[in-house]
Design a protein around this ligand. Structure first.
Ligand code: BF8
Ligand code: SF4
Length: 626
C-alpha cells in the first residue's frame, strides 16, 4: 500500500503544531508572505546587471537604458541562471577530484572501485599497466581537474556520446571546451554590452549545461564511484519514520558524499555506539535529506528521511540531535529553527556558511577527526532533548535503491527469453522496448517547489506512467518522493501495466529505479548513450524523455539544458522565468529542436504533463516503426 501525499501532509501539519509551541517558522508561512511573487521577476524581464538599472520592461518602457529589449534580458537571465547551476554541480565534481587526490591505502579515503578507475583511465588514454592503484588515482584526479581549465580541444567525457550526438554538438558549436571555461564564457556573454541576441545566449546555455552533464557532474559521479563504490541494488527505507526515538539521530544533508560517507563510517564505529549507550541512547541512526541522502542510500542503504521540502520537518520531530550539512539546497532557515529545539545545526563547508550554525571545517586531510567530532557532538546532545516535543511520524516505506548503469545492465542481463544472448549491454532493455512490453522510459528528476503541491506531481506522474508500461529512472528529490510513497518497493509492480509488471517480476526490480543524486543524472546520459549505440538509433529517436515537474534550482536548469542538448525532450512543471519573451520561450520549446533534435515542454497541469509525455513516447515509437 502506497503512502499518500495526504498522509505526508497530515504528518507535516502535526509537526507544524510542535513548531508553533516553540515559536518556529516554516516555509509554509514564508511562502504566504512572499505571495504574490514579483511579476517582473517571474517573467524574467528585470535586468540589474549594470548600475544604470535596474531596468524592467513594460509596454511603456520596451527597452532598458542601454537599449536592450525584453528578449535579450530574458535570455541573458536564463543563461546566468544556467551558469549558476553548471558552476555548482561542477564545483562539486571538482571537490570529489580533490578527495580522490587525497585517497590513501590507509584511509580515510580509499579507492573502493579500482576496476572503474582503470576503466576511466583507459578511456582517457592514460597508461595503467604496472601502476600502483593509488598512483593512478592521483594521476586521474589531476587529469580530472585539468578538464576544468583545459586549454585546447573538448571535454574528455564527450566521447562517451554516440557519434551522431557528438556531430550535432560540433555542428551547432555547443560542444563544451573546458568546464570552467563555459561558466566564465557565460558570465562574459551576459555582461553589460555583450550578447543580447537570444539565439546566441540560448546556444551558450546549452553548452554550459553540457559542460556540467558531460563534464563536472560526470566527474562527480564517476570519481565518487571510484572512491566510495559503484552502487548496486540494496534495501533501505524512506520517510520521517526512519528516525528512531530511542537513538541518537544524525541527519546528513547536502550533496557531497565526502562528508556523509565519513559520518556514516563513524556512526557505525563500536566505540561511538558504546558512547551513545553510555549517554542513555539505544544506538545511533544516520538518515539523510536531499542528494547526500541519495548518495549514502545508494551505497550503504542509509535510510532517507526526506527530500527538499521536508528538511525542516526533520528538526520539527524534536528528535534530531544534529543536522550536518555540506553544500547546496540547505535552507538558511535551519539555523533559527534549530535554535527552537536542542538540535545542533552543523555546517562544514566554506562554500555553505550560515548564521546560527556551528562550523566544523571539514576537509579531506582531517576528515577522520572532523567526522568523529561531529558524531560525538550529536551523542553529547542526546541528553538535551525535550521529550515533550518529540514526535516522529509513523511513516516509512521499504525501497530497493542502487541502480547505477552498471547495476541496471547486470540486473537486466537475461531478462528476456529472446535471441539476445550478449551480456553486459543494454540489449535486453532494448528488446523489452522494441517488443512493446515496455513502451518507453522517463527520467524523473528534480526538486520540490511550493508552487506545486510537494511530491504530488512526482508521485502522480510516476503512477500514471508505470500504469502505462513506462519504466522510470529517478534521481534527486524525485527519487526520494517515489521512495517515501512506496514506489521503490518491489511490490509496486502491482501498480504497473501488465508488460512492465512482467519485467519487474523477471528482473526482480521495482518499476521506479533509483539512479542516485542530481549529479548522477550523468548516469542517465551514459545509459541513453549506450541504448542508442546498442540499438543503432539516435538518442532523439529513443522513446525516452526527461521530466522535472517540481524543479526549483539553478542546477535543475543546467540539467534541463544538457538533457535537451543530448537529444531528450524535457517536460517541466514550472516555468524557468522566460514567459516575458515570446522569442526565448519559442526557442526553448521549439526552435532548439532544429539544433539538437529535442526541446522543452512547460505544462503546469500535471495530468496534461503526463499525457504529453505518453503521447511523445508513442510518437517516437511510431516514427521508428515499433
Ligand atoms: O541536487 S533535486 S532540491 S537536493 S537541486 Fe536540491 Fe533539487 Fe533536491 Fe539535490 Ni537536485
Ligand atoms: Fe538596464 Fe541595460 Fe544596465 Fe540591464 S544592462 S540594467 S537593461 S541599462
Amino acid at each position: 500500500k502506497l503512502t499518500t501525499v495526504e498522509e505526508f501532509e497530515a504528518a507535516t501539519e502535526r509537526l507544524l503544531e510542535t513548531g508553533k509551541k516553540v515559536g518556529a517558522d516554516g516555509w509554509q508561512y514564508r511562502v504566504a508572505n512572499q505571495t504574490p511573487h514579483c511579476k517582473f521577476g517571474e517573467q524574467g524581464v528585470c535586468c540589474r546587471i549594470c548600475s544604470m538599472g535596474p531596468c524592467r520592461i513594460t509596454p511603456k518602457a520596451p527597452r532598458g537604458i542601454c537599449g536592450c529589449d525584453v528578449h535579450g534580458i530574458v535570455a541573458r537571465n536564463y543563461l546566468k541562471f544556467t551558469a549558476g547551476g553548471s558552476a555548482t554541480h561542477s564545483d562539486h565534481g571538482r571537490e570529489i577530484c580533490h578527495t580522490l587526490y587525497n585517497a590513501k591505502p590507509e584511509g580515510p579515503y580509499k579507492v573502493k572501485d579500482p576496476e572503474k578507475l582503470i576503466r576511466i583511465a583507459k578511456e582517457w588514454g592514460v597508461e595503467t599497466e604496472g601502476k600502483d592503484i593509488y598512483d593512478l588515482a592521483h594521476e586521474m584526479a589531476v587529469r580530472g581537474l585539468e578538464e576544468y581549465g583545459k586549454v585546447f580541444g573538448h571535454q574528455n567525457f564527450l566521447k562517451r556520446a554516440p557519434q551522431h550526438t557528438q556531430e550535432i554538438w560540433e555542428r551547432e558549436e555547443i560542444a563544451p571546451r573546458a568546464i570552467d571555461r563555459e561558466v566564465s564564457c557565460s558570465l562574459h556573454m551576459t555582461h553589460m554590452g555583450c550578447s543580447s541576441k537570444p539565439e546566441a545566449l540560448i546556444r551558450q546555455s546549452l553548452r554550459s549545461g553540457l559542460s556540467d552533464g558531460w563534464g563536472g557532474s560526470m566527474a562527480g559521479t564517476e570519481f565518487s564511484d571510484v572512491l566510495f563504490g559503484t552502487p548496486k541494488p540494496i534495501e533501505t527505507e524512506a520517510n520521517l519514520g526512519v528516525m528512531e526515538k530511542e537513538n541518537v539521530n544524525i541527519v546528513v544533508h547536502g550533496h557531497d558524499p565526502s562528508l556523509s560517507e565519513m559520518i556514516c563510517e563513524y556512526a557505525d564505529d563500536p566505540e561511538m555506539i558504546a558512547y551513545a549507550k553510555s549517554k542513555g541512547a539505544k544506538g545511533i541512526t544516520v538518515s539523510g535529506v536531499c542528494c547526500t541522502s541519495n548518495e549514502v542510500a545508494m551505497r550503504r542503504g542509509i535510510p532517507m528521511a526526506g527530500n527538499f521540502l521536508q528538511q525542516e520537518n526533520v528538526v520539527l520531530t524534536g528528535a534530531c540531535e544534529a543536522i550536518v550539512v555540506d553544500v547546496q539546497c540547505i535552507f538558511p532557515a535551519l539555523g533559527p529553527l534549530s535554535k527552537c529545539f536542542h538540535t545542533k545545526f552543523i555546517t562544514t563547508s566554506p562554500i555553505a556558511q550560515m548564521p546560527d550554525s556551528e562550523f566544523i571545517r571539514f576537509n579531506a586531510k582531517t576528515a577522520d577527526e572532523n567526522a568523529k567530532a561531529i558524531v560525538k557532538m550529536a551523542i553529547d546532545n542526546f541528553e538535551n532533548r525535550n521529550p515533550d516535543l518529540v514526535y516522529i511520524p509513523d511513516l516509512k516505506q521499504k525501497a530497493t535503491v542502487g541502480y547505477s548503469v552498471e547495476a541496471i545492465v547486470k540486473t537486466l542481463d537475461g531478462v528476456t527469453n529472446s535471441q539476445v544472448d550478449e551480456t553486459g549491454t543494454t540489449k535486453p532493455l532494448i528488446e523489452c522496448i522494441t517488443s512493446g512490453v515496455i513502451r518507453g522510459a522517463v527520467a524523473m528528476v528534480g526538486c520540490n517547489n511550493p508552487k506545486i503541491r510537494p511530491d504530488h506531481a512526482h508521485i502522480e506522474l510516476m503512477k500514471k506512467l508505470i500504469a502505462n508500461d513506462i519504466i522510470i529512472v529517478a534521481s534527486g528529490c524525485s527519487a526520494q518522493a517515489a521512495a517515501k510513497a512506496g514506489l521503490m518497493d518491489k511490490a509496486a509492480k502491482d501498480l504497473c501495466g501488465a508488460g512492465l509488471k512482467r519485467v519487474c517480476e523477471l528482473a526482480d526490480i521495482p518499476p521506479v529505479l533509483h539512479m542516485g543524486s542530481c549529479v548522477d543524472i550523468s548516469r542517465m546520459m551514459v545509459l541513453v548513450a549506450e541504448l542508442a549505440k546498442d540499438s543503432g538509433l539516435n538518442i532523439s529517436q529513443l522513446p525516452v524523455v526527461g521530466c522535472a515537474p517540481e524543479w526549483m534550482s539553478e542546477k535543475a536548469v543546467s540539467i534541463g539544458n544538457y538533457v535537451v542538448a543530448t537529444g531528450l525532450d524535457t517536460f517541466l512543471g514550472v516555468d524557468p522565468y522566460v514567459s516575458g519573451s515570446t522569442e526565448v520561450a519559442e526557442l526553448l520549446t521549439g526552435g532548439i529542436r532544429e539544433w539538437v533534435e529535442a526541446a522543452y515542454t512547460v505544462e503546469k497541469d500535471i495530468d496534461k504533463l503526463g499525457d504529453a509525455m505518453i503521447a511523445r513516447i508513442e510518437e517516437k515509437r511510431e516514427a521508428i516503426g515499433i
